[in-house]
Design a protein. Structure first.
Length: 524
């Protein structure tokens, strides 16, 4: 629709040009009529009507009768009056010829000029409204455009209609002493004529008028050529724009189809991720969509790998307590005297099974229960100090260092959840800490934020797990005995940190010999 402004602007320009040319032609015709009228001013003899044919015949008959009477010896009247009349007739004819000679000076133009008396008698006429020369041969394109925008034809009736003299507004105004201009149709209605009339003065009296006429066909021809060029230019621009749009749409649609095909083939019939969609480097929306698909499929691939390994992980975690329960029951059958020992071993296996089930549902229960937890104002420093004292008792073989503020650190939330978050971070740090190296717990306060940091010396973070450590069911622990680990601890810690208006992140220590996990809380 914006492209439609081009032909509209061009057509408006052609219309303005046509009006300008019409005004110019009117002024030119009026100037021509004024120039001819100037040559006829104050020459009343030029505007006398020539003798009619009847007057000539009558005078010739009177001259024969006079000659016959003279031959018969009869008395004839004085011929001076007839001689005078004949002299006046000859003078009138000469004056008409002089007017015609004046008009022949402009006869080579495309204008038609005629002189009319005050009695609406045409004394002389010169020129033609039709242009000479046939139009040159047209090409096929020009003929096709001619069907849409025809050129003006010179095949029109240029006769002066009877009502032109009687009802012509421009002639009436000129005979009244004012120049006049008007547009009128030819008798057959095939062309439009511009007519300009200027008065002829004899002293203070208007004795006639000069009328200059010209058809609007030259202007219409210019307009036709301009409109044809406008149509050709418009079609060319529209064709170019259409080609660009088609190329652009084809390019976009091909990229979208390729992205669709890659997304459909990324997952096979068994639900496995066969390959990742290649992220496009384009900086447009399709490139962003491709990169989003690639990142999403990468996460799905990681999650799918975890689910695939979860069976073996659960099998490993469940195999030991199940074996304990089975062997205890079998030994209980064979040696009833040691029943208490085997019953305790079976209870230990059942406890481990319960722990596994509890941890599997812990994250779901916590995520659903956070919405109903009532917030309260508590001192985070006191909670951290109390928890660290408990860790020294729970992990007697592990050293702890605490760095905290002297004053209180007010936080809005749940002290139990804050302690649970610290439990997850400390348990993770203890598992990866080198023997004999302490776990450092530090609490600091910044503007509007409290930061809890737990650091341990040990192996750095794997490059493949950076940015993914706090997602659900992600674990970097090797399969080993002891407490079961399903990769939910740090995910639970992230949920608790977000509940308190903060976040959580992990990074390697500056020396590269350990890891520090930091959780932030919004201060109350």
């Amino acid at each position: 629709m914006l492209l439609l402004a081009l032909p509209w602007a061009g057509y408006s320009y052609v219309r303005e040009m046509e009006r300008f040319l019409l005004d110019g032609e009117e002024q030119a015709l009026l100037a021509t009529a004024r120039a001819v009228a100037t040559a006829l001013h104050d020459r009343p003899g030029l505007l006398r009507a020539p003798p009619s044919r009847d007057d000539e015949l009558r005078r010739e008959a009177e001259e024969e009768l006079r000659r016959l009477a003279v031959a018969r010896g009869e008395t004839v009247p004085d011929p001076d009056a007839n001689v005078i009349d004949r002299e006046e007739d000859v003078a009138a004819r000469r004056e008409i010829e002089e007017i015609s000679a004046i008009l022949r000076g402009v006869e080579r133009t495309t204008s038609r000029i005629w002189v009319v008396t005050h009695e609406l008698r045409v004394l002389a006429l010169a020129g033609s409204l039709k242009r000479e020369g046939a139009p040159a041969g047209e090409t096929l394109t020009q003929r096709l455009l001619g069907l849409l925008i025809p050129r003006p034809s010179e095949d029109f009736d240029d006769a002066i209609a009877d009502d032109v003299l009687a009802t012509g507004r421009e002639i009436s105004e000129a005979l009244a002493g004012r120049p006049g201009v008007r547009l009128r149709n030819t008798p057959d209605g095939k062309a439009v004529v511009i007519s300009a009339a200027h008065p002829i003065w004899s002293g203070d009296e208007v004795v006639g008028a000069v009328v200059a006429e010209e058809s609007t066909n030259p202007i219409l021809s210019v307009r036709s050529v301009a409109l044809r060029r406008l149509v050709v230019l418009t079609l060319a621009v529209f064709a170019f724009a259409a080609a660009v749009l088609i190329w652009f749409a084809t390019r976009i649609s091909s990229r979208i189809r390729r992205l669709r095909d890659e997304a459909e083939s990324a997952i096979d019939a068994r639900g496995r991720i066969a390959h990742l969609v290649t992220a496009q480097n384009a900086d447009d929306e399709i490139g962003d969509l491709s990169r989003s698909f690639s990142a999403m499929l990468a996460k799905l691939s990681q999650h799918h790998q975890y689910l695939e390994s979860m069976a073996s992980r659960l099998s490993h975690e469940l195999r030991t307590p199940i074996a304990v329960v089975r062997s205890s029951l079998e030994n209980l059958k064979l040696a009833p005297e040691n029943a208490r020992v085997y019953i305790e071993r079976a209870e230990e296996g059942l406890r481990r099974l319960g722990t596994i089930l509890t941890r599997m549902s812990e994250a779901t229960r916590l995520e659903q229960g956070l919405a109903s937890v009532e917030r309260e104002r508590f001192d985070l420093a006191a909670v951290v100090a109390g928890c660290v004292e408990g860790y020294r008792l729970a992990y007697p073989g592990q050293a702890f260092e605490l760095e905290t503020l002297k004053g209180p650190v007010p936080v809005s939330g749940s002290p139990d959840l804050a302690a649970q978050l610290l439990d997850k971070l400390v348990a993770n740090a203890v598992d990866f800490s080198r023997p004999g190296k302490p776990v450092r717990v530090a609490l600091s306060a910044e503007s509007g934020t409290a930061r809890l940091r737990v650091a341990n010396e040990g192996p750095p973070l794997p490059e493949s797990m950076r940015g993914k450590l706090f997602e659900s069911m992600v674990s970097i622990r090797a399969e080993r005995g002891g407490e079961p680990h399903l990769g939910l601890g740090l995910y639970v810690a992230r949920l608790i940190a977000e509940f308190h208006g903060g976040g959580i992140d992990a990074s390697d220590l500056a020396a590269g010999d350990g890891v520090a996990v930091s959780a932030t809380f919004r201060s109350a």
